[in-house]
Write a protein that binds this ligand. Structure first.
Ligand SMILES: O=C(O)CCC(=O)C(=O)O
Length: 292
């Protein structure tokens, strides 16, 4: 694993925060070294082969499997990886968990896939049931690249930089009606080992992979614990690998008092991410999610 530097256990700089607030995303280049990338790719391929054998791939042969760490236990290490974790806590504090995560494998598509308008903000009903304009951030997401996505056309994630403050974009009357990408859309490119960090409100969509490269990515969405998790985590404390996780990883997978007042964050001193930040003097009275 790439060694953690002083910057990895420090909050984002004012410049990084300003860039994130303006653009709705940041790229974390070279977060994983080549050994890590190879290890997670191999783990993902193992699960892909299992899903294939069980007949659970899409008609094009792709895999979109929910609950990343439950599905690929090796990936629990990515929950608080030293190169990415400070992006997450810098933005949403200590009282959070993973509410939605997935591991995706998209081999090259043969032929042409029927059109489907995929542009969305994360959060589902949050986008309909909250009345503010813009909507609140509520969650942030990490996308770890395990393939070389340095060229567009490899099924890259498309985003509209700066669109996280927009409550709507124009779209077709039905999702199967061909419609252009929103103005300003780009395909996010990155090497294997790079990570995309984004505000869940940024308008984004997956693109189709007509290249000859299989796209492998893992996504982790982090949100306050007072928002219910969608991932399958109920049974995790019974898994053989659960006790190998550190307390922070267990918190992020719902293991730290998932219900009741503690689960809402009423006891910071008993909450692993709070303890971790307090021990390193990283709490910040000036930023509400990090107030001691
Ligand atoms: O696979 C992608 O590029 C996009 C994933 C996505 O839509 C999401 O994480 O909400």
């Amino acid at each position: 694993m790439t060694a953690a530097t002083k910057a990895d256990v420090a909050p984002l700089t004012p410049e990084q925060r300003a860039d994130f607030d303006r653009d709705g995303y940041l790229m974390i280049r070279g977060a994983l070294d080549s050994d890590e990338t190879a290890r997670y790719s191999a783990a993902l391929d193992r699960v892909y082969e299992e899903e294939k054998a069980a007949g659970r791939l899409s008609p094009e042969g792709s895999m979109h499997k929910l609950s990343a760490a439950t599905s690929v236990p090796e990936m629990a290490e990515l929950l608080n990886h030293p190169k990415t974790f400070h992006y997450v806590w810098s933005m949403i504090g200590w009282n959070f968990h993973v509410y939605h995560s997935h591991v995706d494998v998209h081999p090259p598509i043969e032929g042409k896939r029927p059109f489907r308008f995929e542009w969305h903000q994360d959060g589902g009903r949050q986008n309909r049931e909250i009345e503010t304009d813009p909507r609140p951030m509520l969650s942030v997401k990490l996308a770890y690249f395990f393939s070389d996505l340095s060229e567009p056309g490899r099924g890259n994630t498309k985003i509209v930089p700066g669109s996280h403050k927009w409550n709507r974009i124009d779209g077709p009357p039905r999702r199967d009606v061909e419609w252009p990408d929103p103005p300003g859309a780009i395909e996010v490119t990155g090497e294997a080992g790079d990570v995309l960090f984004f505000d869940r409100r940024i308008w984004h969509a997956r693109s189709d992979n007509y290249s000859d490269v299989t796209r492998r990515v893992a996504f982790f969405g982090f949100t306050p614990r007072w928002i219910r998790a969608r991932d399958e985590v109920e049974d995790l404390p019974n898994r053989s690998w659960w006790n190998d996780l550190d307390p922070v990883q267990q918190q992020l997978l719902g293991g730290c008092a998932p219900t009741g007042d503690h689960g809402w964050g009423h006891y910071p001193d008993q909450t692993p991410v709070y303890q971790w930040l307090a021990e390193r003097d990283l709490l910040d009275p000036e930023y509400p999610p990090l107030k001691p």
